[in-house]
Design a protein around this ligand. Structure first.
Ligand code: PEP
Ligand code: MN
Length: 339
């Protein structure tokens, strides 16, 4: 961190501030320029409050020269993190596909879709039991009953299950029943929830918020990791832009950028990015080509009558065709498709 002092600040004020930083265990390099002094802080500055330093009347400006995230930073952890769920691995050259309906609707539906997507090469089963809907009058998910149906589908296929947690009050239930905990886009900055999942032992799939920067997204992962849970998968699911033709805009750049900034695996959700079933395939393939470590795709046995997100859901047949192409492209990228 660099602290620029106001021109003409008295030497004793500079010394006072330097002593304060030294008391916090930092080394301070003092550079005296023409009429202006610059302090270079070396050491662990993650706990320093930049706003508080700026409030000092003798300080002109404070600048970070390092990223504010540490545990998620590739600089301090150069090798890729590999997240494991059941027999599936994500990251470090392992590619996994998560597939299933937007929401669990019945025993027949979830077991049927699970068997279909597994046959096509999906490694994990998705399905929302607690749904974050824009309208309180829309289908809110089957709740605890939905979780039990996911467990039945897991028993039938052996696939690990991925489902969204919206409230800290269900943490214990999810710890007991779920394999990968999804934190939805709308909760990416629900810091209390992030801290709670940080104390859990299950991997967390952290979706990018609708209008959040890469740094904000990684800082949310940092919240989870700083509580002890370092098994975080980042999921790009499209962001809000001025374009209204698509539901969201898939930010393909996020894949290489996040992988440069962080060692955590990055997967892509082409379904929520697109909002339309026919757009899912090209976006999914673009994600693989851009270096994603996995995909999460909505598949429904009867999209026209789905209780949620039918318009962006693939039929099992379409998903099967897509998986043929995904498999070939994953191969070409030198990665291993986990089935
Ligand atoms: C979902 O995966 O069904 C979902 C609600 O996703 P998001 O949080 O990305 O909108
Ligand atoms: Mn959905």
């Amino acid at each position: 961190m660099v602290v620029v002092m106001r021109p003409g600040t008295e030497q004793r004020e500079i010394e006072k501030l330097v002593a304060q930083f030294q008391l916090q265990g930092l080394q301070v390099g003092v550079t005296n320029g023409v009429g202006c002094t610059i302090l270079g802080l070396v050491g662990d500055t993650t706990n320093l409050d930049m706003d508080k330093i700026s409030m000092n009347e003798h300080v002109e400006r404070v600048m970070r020269v390092q990223e504010p995230y540490k545990k998620a930073n590739r600089k301090f952890h150069p090798e890729d993190t590999v997240v494991t769920a059941g027999s599936a691995r994500i990251g470090g050259g392992n590619f996994s596909v998560i597939a299933g309906p937007c929401s669990v609707e019945s025993e027949e539906q979830i077991i049927g879709v699970a068997e279909d997507v597994q046959r096509s090469g999906a490694a994990l089963l998705r399905g929302g039991a607690f749904k974050p809907r824009t309208s309180p009058y829309s289908f809110q998910g089957m709740g605890v009953e939905g979780l039990d149906l996911l467990l039945e589908a897991k028993a039938a296929t052996g696939m690990p299950i991925v489902t969204e947690l919206m409230s800290p009050k269900y943490c214990q239930l999810f710890e007991d029943k779920v394999d990968v905990i999804q934190i939805g886009a709308r909760n990416m900055q629900n810091f209390d929830l992030l801290k709670e999942v940080g104390k859990m032992s299950k991997p967390v799939l952290l979706k990018r918020g609708l209008a959040n920067s890469y740094e904000e997204w990684i800082m949310s992962a940092e919240y989870i990791m700083s509580e002890g849970n370092e098994n975080v998968i980042l999921c790009e699911r499209g962001i809000r832009t001025f374009e209204t033709y698509t539901r969201n805009t898939l930010d393909v750049s996020a894949i290489p950028c996040i992988k440069k900034m962080s060692h955590l695996p990055v997967i892509v959700d082409p379904s929520h990015s697109a909002g339309m079933y026919w757009l899912v395939e090209p976006l999914a393939l673009a994600a693989v080509a851009a270096g994603a470590d996995g995909l999460i795709i909505e598949v429904h046995n009867d999209p026209a009558n789905a209780k949620c997100d039918g318009q962006q859901s693939l039929t099992p047949e379409h998903f099967d065709q897509l998986m043929g192409k995904v498999g070939a492209l994953v191969d070409m990228m030198g990665k291993k498709l986990n089935k």
